[in-house]
Design a binder for this molecule. Structure first.
Ligand code: 13P
Ligand code: SF4
Length: 303
């Protein structure tokens, strides 16, 4: 903390001077999540907040597709990401050309794309979804078949919740695919009353062991409202750290898989971002015009 304090002070002062807002994903480290972020949330909450932000400058503490989403929804604003190399294995698993080929193969079948994707892929998409609204989005189309991209495991989970047939892609989250069902069974054998909650990017054998499956925001709400005695949060490491600060009576078992992309964002880089106004997220206007529509369609769906 003594090392962080000067950065936290400088960031908060400069943020006010510049009239900037800091949006941080739930996987950001506690010093970012609790000390410099103006708003925190899952992908859907951050997209909604970006669309509504009054400030002219958005500093996105998260990965590149999240900053792109903010820019698509607020094209007139300056969107900065403290390290533009913060990618995502799901976003890099598919290109716009891949989606065009799929559309040729399944003519007329609508494309639902997880927000963990590039603007190029969104430009070929009918409607976006996040892990918190995927079932609702798929069912909103009123069809019996959709192309669901790019997360195979999220797709398999959604398939258990809907009669709509999903045509899947084999993209995976490099963080959540590392968890195993055997690992979770061992936690339960050691303590049968332990609660296990998991993100739907996990493989099916992991979700089969979970007491609850939901987006990062839904997982946080679950812990805060249920206040379990002991919990295993099957997701990125910082989640347990961030919630633990707000749920002191809960004991967190921490099977920790780190997202190297999220962890590229640090206090020194956030300060540098505000001092030098970098790295600015820019999107080809022709792509942006088409990529904005599926995100707006998702945001405009009633809760
Ligand atoms: P959430 O929308 O649940 O926050 O998920 C985003 C993400 O990248 C999870 O790995
Ligand atoms: Fe992408 Fe997985 Fe990291 Fe989320 S945790 S940003 S899905 S690589």
């Amino acid at each position: 903390w003594p090392f962080f304090a000067p950065y936290i002070k400088a960031i908060n002062e400069l943020k006010a001077q510049r009239g900037a807002v800091i949006l941080a994903h739930n996987y950001q480290t506690p010093e970012i999540f609790h000390c410099v972020a103006d708003v925190v949330g899952d992908s859907l909450q951050l997209a909604r907040l970006a669309a509504k932000a009054k400030e002219d400058i958005i500093v996105q503490c998260g990965v590149h597709f999240m900053a792109e989403t903010s820019k698509l929804l607020s094209p007139e604003k300056t969107v900065l990401i403290p390290d533009s190399r913060a990618g995502c294995s799901l976003a890099s698993s598919i290109t716009g050309a891949d989606v065009r080929l799929l559309k040729q193969r399944y003519p007329g079948v609508p494309v639902v794309t997880y927000v963990n994707s590039s603007a190029d892929v969104k430009a070929e998409t009918d409607i976006c979804c996040t892990s918190s609204n995927a079932v609702q989005v798929v069912e909103s189309l009123g069809v019996d078949r959709v192309i669901f991209l790019p997360d195979e495991y999220l797709g398999k989970y959604v398939q258990t919740q809907t009669k709509v047939q999903l045509i899947l892609w084999k993209g995976h989250c490099e963080v959540h695919e590392r968890f195993t069902g055997a690992e979770l069974r061992a936690y339960r054998e050691a303590d049968p009353s332990v609660q296990i909650i998991a993100h739907p990017e996990c493989p099916p054998d992991v979700l089969a062991e979970a007491d609850f499956t939901g987006s990062t925001a839904h997982m946080i709400d679950w812990v805060k409202t249920r206040q379990p005695r002991r919990i295993v949060m099957v997701t990125e490491c910082s989640m347990a750290d961030n919630v633990a600060a707000e749920a002191p009576k809960v004991e967190f078992v921490r099977p920790c898989n780190l997202c190297p992309h999220m962890k590229r964002i640090t206090l020194p880089k956030i300060l540098d971002s505000l001092v030098n106004m970098r790295e600015e997220v820019l999107i080809d206007p022709a792509i942006a015009e088409r990529a904005r529509l599926p995100i707006e369609r998702m945001i405009n769906l009633k809760n």
